[in-house]
Design a protein around this ligand. Structure first.
Ligand code: IVH
Length: 671
């Protein structure tokens, strides 16, 4: 390619990649698959390598991270980054409203406009745009001076590297919260536990840890994202109100939480607070309250600030999801990869609506650090994690009868040697044929997000193992009706159903199949990347380290683990037997020209005809997109029983609302 062509192509790729970033992160409606994105990305990397003079500071290729820093520089904020005063209940919300009105000398009956926003539980950062270009960013620090984390922020694809506005303001500082959504947070922790590293206690810590990396290539592999919520110093840009500010920066390409809402008076704030307290349980990220801000910037100026927080805003905190209970036992449990995890069996206790009876203690290091013993009274917390955690021991409740659980000398499942590997906090069973590891790997293989073998749960898998009918996952596909009939309490119908479910799983999509194999460090997300990049299990098995490392987000540790897995003759044999048994992982490139191409669906309420996962798959198979929240971009909302705010929003925006049956009909007939 000659230079002028290359230059034009590079410019095109840059614009396209940033447009797709925006579609994905800001509008939640991607047009292309991750694999296609990666192809465009790699093409640009190649062009810039060939013609280094084409590389620009705002090129999306700069998002992969760069060589590690010695330390972070210090940056002084042009305007101090304030914190917020807290309110904890309805009374304190009313007091805030009264205080503001009194300060402004407002009449008794009149009401103020407020902007209400979810209080994101992440890390506050400042982004600096000079003449529209992202030139730097920092942490809050002590509010006056923060750390220069520009290299790390650049890796966050939701942060535009330039603003979509012409002419751009000379200076525009924007503050926001960087966070890791729950799904990647859980995945990251699962991977860390497998790798023998300590998991993060909550999503906020994971975001903070990721931003504090001196090696921005590590940050680049964490799918951090951001919502922006406040202006810093600006030149050449003025905002009349918080709502106008948010609408403007959203137009410039900065992500703004779609749940922000302008309300009137204390009644409006309370209604918003209640709605968010309820939705908190189903949001894909953690929030720890709502932030209420006087909308008018003129009034904000009049109100001013006291020592370190503005008078015009307040954070209304949710009650923590904690409870006190007793550790009745601590039981070592062997996972799929041989890691032995201490699990606390708790006296069942309700934590904000959910009964908790188990908590992972992660590993012996953690357990010893927190000094958790059998018989202890402890504080447990549901902190964004599916499995609750023990926060701390109430040592004042000790009677002296409590006892710690020592590191096991041998595997509790197979009696093999266990080791505590240097640099790892994990205790690992080295038994090659440890039954607990086999059991866990079969359970994982059949589970909903893997091969999704309907009905084949732990109970049946235990019977299959006990009867010696199954030794590894490939054996599942050799089972006959007679095998199942040897089970206790098994009928014809049930046996047929199980066999049908196993047979049906033969054609699961490739990413699920890869995930189902249970390769260390390969979670759902990584499996998708691998499927997109290699297209078949054969290609993946053959892939060398170089090829694996060429995939964005895949680092040396993951690449090594994949190589090791497929080098192991036992694993290769299992995969080959699976394929020989007729397992043909299917590759569904997003259908272009499918019935729903370019259409965005939102599913809400209680669905009875299909699960949410099925719905997403049906839509995606037809080239459409299933989003989590309703916006102007939504084409259809499919509402089940008791649909709430999403349905209301759809109606307010005039989005077409379908019943489940209407959706299924449309699927048959075409949109
Ligand atoms: S506004 C002067 N808005 O909460 C206004 N803060 O307790 C300063 N936070 O340091 C902040 N979500 O880290 C604002 N929608 C939101 C927020 C938010 C989360 C955090 C932020 C801040 C802390 C203050």
């Amino acid at each position: 390619m000659d230079r002028t062509v290359a230059e034009a192509r590079a410019a095109f790729l840059r614009t396209e990649l940033e447009r797709h970033n925006r579609l994905y992160y800001q509008l939640d409606s991607p047009e292309i698959s991750d694999a296609e994105y990666d192809r465009l990305f790699r093409e640009l990397v190649r062009l810039e390598a060939q013609y280094p003079e084409l590389a620009r500071p705002d090129s999306p290729t700069r998002r992969v991270g760069s060589a590690p820093l010695e330390s972070f520089g210090q940056v002084e904020h042009r305007l101090p980054m304030l914190s917020l005063e807290n309110a904890f209940n309805d009374g304190e919300i009313a007091e805030f409203d009264e205080r503001v009105k009194r300060f402004l000398g407002m009449e008794g009956g009149s009401e103020l406009d407020y902007v209400c926003e979810p209080k994101m539980d992440g890390v506050a950062v400042e982004l600096v745009y000079e003449n529209g270009l992202f030139t730097g960013g920092s942490t809050r620090g002590d509010g006056v001076t923060g750390e220069d984390i520009t290299a790390n922020l650049r890796t966050i694809r939701a942060i535009p590297l330039h603003l979509a506005v012409a002419p751009p303001p000379a200076l525009c500082e924007v503050r926001g919260e960087v966070f890791l959504p729950l799904a990647p947070f859980r995945q990251l922790n699962a991977e860390r536990e497998e790798a023998g590293e300590s998991p993060f206690a909550n999503p906020r810590n994971s975001a903070a840890g990721s931003l504090r990396q001196l090696d921005s290539r590590v940050t680049a592999r964490r799918p951090l994202t951001i919502y922006c919520y406040a202006p810093g110093a600006t030149e050449g840009a003025e905002f009349e109100s918080q709502s106008a500010f948010l609408a403007t920066i959203e137009g410039w390409g900065l992500p703004v939480n779609p749940l922000v809402k302008k309300v009137t008076g204390v009644a409006g704030i309370l209604a918003y607070y209640r709605e968010m307290a309820e939705r908190r349980e189903t949001l894909p990220y953690e929030i720890d309250g709502v932030v209420v801000k006087v909308d008018s910037v003129a009034l904000q100026r009049e109100l001013g600030e006291k020592s370190r927080s503005p008078r015009w805003a307040v954070a209304v905190k949710f009650p923590p999801r904690q409870a006190v209970t007793v550790v009745e036992d601590i039981v070592p449990q062997v996972g799929r990869t041989g890691v032995v995890t201490p699990v606390a069996h708790l006296k069942p206790v309700e934590v904000s609506g959910v009964i908790v009876s188990r908590a992972t203690l992660h590993n012996w290091d953690e357990m010893e650090k927190k000094d958790i013993r059998i018989g202890d009274t402890v504080v447990v917390e549901r902190a964004g994690d599916v499995i609750p955690a023990v926060v701390r021991v109430l040592t004042e409740k000790r009677t002296g009868a409590e006892r710690p659980l020592p590191v096991p000398e041998s595997c509790p499942a197979c009696g093999s040697e266990v080791v505590r590997i240097a640099d790892e906090v994990a205790v690992r069973c080295l038994g090659l044929s440890c039954p607990a590891q086999r059991r866990e790997s079969i359970i994982h293989f059949a589970s909903r997000h893997a091969m999704d073998i309907d009905g084949l749960g732990e109970r049946y898998i235990d019977q299959l193992l006990r009867l010696g009918l199954v030794r590894n996952v490939a054996d599942l596909y050799m089972l006959t009706r007679d095998d199942f009939m040897r089970f206790e309490r098994m009928g014809d119908r049930l046996a047929e159903n199980l066999l049908a479910a196993i047979a049906e799983s033969r054609t699961r999509e490739l990413p699920r199949f890869i995930f189902a194999l249970g390769i260390r460090h390969v979670g759902e997300h990584t499996a998708k990347l691998l499927a997109g990049a290699f297209g078949s299990i054969d290609n993946l098995m053959k892939a060398g380290e170089e090829e694996l490392l060429a995939i964005r987000e895949i680092g040396p540790q993951v690449a090594q683990s994949i190589r090791t897995f497929f080098h192991n003759p036992e694993n290769r044999a299992v995969v080959e037997r699976l394929l020989a048994a007729g397992v043909t992982p299917s590759v569904t490139e997003k259908k272009v020209g499918g019935k729903f191409t370019g259409k965005t669906f939102v599913f809400t309420g209680a669905l009875t005809r299909f699960t949410r996962d099925d719905a997403r798959r049906l839509v995606e198979n037809e080239g459409g997109h299933a989003a989590g929240s309703v916006s102007k971009k939504t084409d259809y909302v499919v509402a089940g029983a008791e649909a709430g705010s999403k349905l209301e929003k759809a109606r307010a925006l005039g989005v077409t609302v379908l019943t489940e049956d209407e959706f299924l009909q449309m699927l048959e007939e075409g949109a």
